[in-house]
Design a protein around this ligand. Structure first.
Ligand SMILES: *Cc1c(COP(=O)(O)O)cnc(C)c1O
Length: 394
């Protein structure tokens, strides 16, 4: 189908939640390259918003999915599921979690994490239900996660919001101290705020949050939907920070493009979920968990985390040079591994983003920040290509 036909069909039949999309549709991908319906080649430096960690059509990954397709897609959580059990083991062995639970999206994982924190207190006969999260955060689009998301634009149309959620200034420990009450159940944060433009929390702050939670018996939740699965060069950003949460969530890259979300939790809190307390139809089905297992296997075989460390260091050093050269246009560089924000002066941001797109480089624009979250298989050559184009545009 031609792009124009797709656009018209979309306008007629699809709910207009995405507004005017970028004028392209892709029908094929290979590595970090995407090919449009018009036959043009693009370089994917956004990776489907931190989803396509293995790039597009990774041959081993595709084979792993095909093998599972031929065997079994879905059964039910009424039965034991080998892939689900194995993926839970992988997730726990590669994070601070003792137990895992699978669902289908990031928002659903966060919902589950919030429920787990609340039920933990409920089972102790305590009335702790308040969840403290941060301004400029993003936790998803469901009603509870919208209440946790500290951005007016996402909350406004849905008031009254789910009660019990409050937001405080990020990276400010006093703000959290002041917000804690005898009703607080959990503090929920992104270690690196992705959607609002790549803002890493300081290690000092995160350590103090851990101390605060220990001192007051509050549950610490890290939303690692975007920062998890290798993005920072460690499997999870809590390892990158060296601070363990009681609960964390993951999704985006976990299935390499197949929808899957996860909750990881320490035993003491995971035990609060007893039979019937939480559930899902699709979550952790044989196909989705085969995808998760495939992702883990390929990370190990291809030393993906090592690549993230080497490539992120290279990318940042090249970006520093660009920043030196264009101090009049670049305000700041922020990153954690291959989650990179290039903050531009207001008048250049939209224009730079558009010109990168015209040059076939896919990024995303968060206010004045270009967000880069490329597939983790990226090479120096790919980065050089990006740097040259950015330099030329600036
Ligand atoms: C993307 C994202 C979510 C929401 O994930 P969905 O799969 O879209 O529901 C939640 N939290 C963070 C930090 C995210 O980046």
């Amino acid at each position: 189908m031609e792009l124009e036909q797709i656009r018209l069909l979309d306008e007629q039949y699809y709910m207009n939640t995405f507004g005017k999309r970028l004028n392209v549709a892709f029908d094929r991908g290979e590595g970090i390259r995407l090919y449009s319906t018009e036959g043009e080649q693009y370089y994917d430096f956004l990776g489907g918003i931190a989803v396509n960690a293995l790039g597009h059509s990774h041959p081993k990954f595709v084979n792993r999915l095909k093998e599972q397709l031929d065997k079994l897609l879905h059964t039910s959580s009424l039965y034991y599921i080998e892939n689900q059990a194995k993926l839970a083991q992988k997730l726990c062995e590669n994070s601070c979690a003792d137990k895992a639970f699978f669902c289908s999206t990031g928002a659903e994982a966060n919902e589950g994490a919030i429920k787990l924190a609340k039920i933990y207190f409920y089972k102790k006969g305590k009335e702790n239900y308040e969840i403290i999260s941060l301004d400029k955060s993003f936790h998803g689009r469901t009603l509870a996660t919208v209440a946790a998301t500290g951005q007016e634009k996402y909350q406004k149309p849905y008031r009254p919001l789910t009660p019990g959620f409050i937001q405080v200034e990020p990276d400010n420990i006093d703000a959290v101290y002041n917000a804690v009450t005898d009703k607080t159940a959990a503090i929920m944060i992104e270690l690196i705020q992705g959607e609002s433009g790549v803002y890493p929390m300081s290690v000092e702050y995160v350590k103090k949050l851990r101390e605060l939670c220990d001192e007051k018996g509050i549950i610490l939740i890290f939303d690692e939907v975007q920062t998890g699965m290798g993005r920072t060069g460690e499997y999870f950003a809590h390892q990158y920070y060296g601070v363990e949460p009681d609960i964390f969530t993951s999704a985006k890259a976990l299935g390499g493009g197949i929808p899957i979300g996860a909750i990881g939790a320490k035993d003491f809190v995971a035990q609060a979920f007893e039979p019937g307390d939480h559930g899902t139809t699709f979550g952790g089905n044989p196909f989705a968990t085969a995808a998760g297992l495939g992702v883990f296997e390929i990370y190990e075989e291809e030393k993906i985390l090592e690549n993230v460390k080497v490539m992120s260091a290279y990318f940042m050093s090249e970006l520093e040079k660009i920043k030196e050269k264009h101090t009049d246009k670049i305000v700041e560089l922020r990153n954690a591994g291959l989650l990179i924000g290039i903050e531009l002066k207001g008048e250049y941001a939209r224009d730079t983003f558009n010109k990168m797109f015209e040059k076939k480089y896919l990024t995303s624009l968060c206010k004045n920040t270009l967000r880069i979250a490329p597939p983790l298989i990226i090479t120096k050559q790919d980065i050089d290509g990006f740097i040259n184009v950015l330099d030329e545009i600036l």
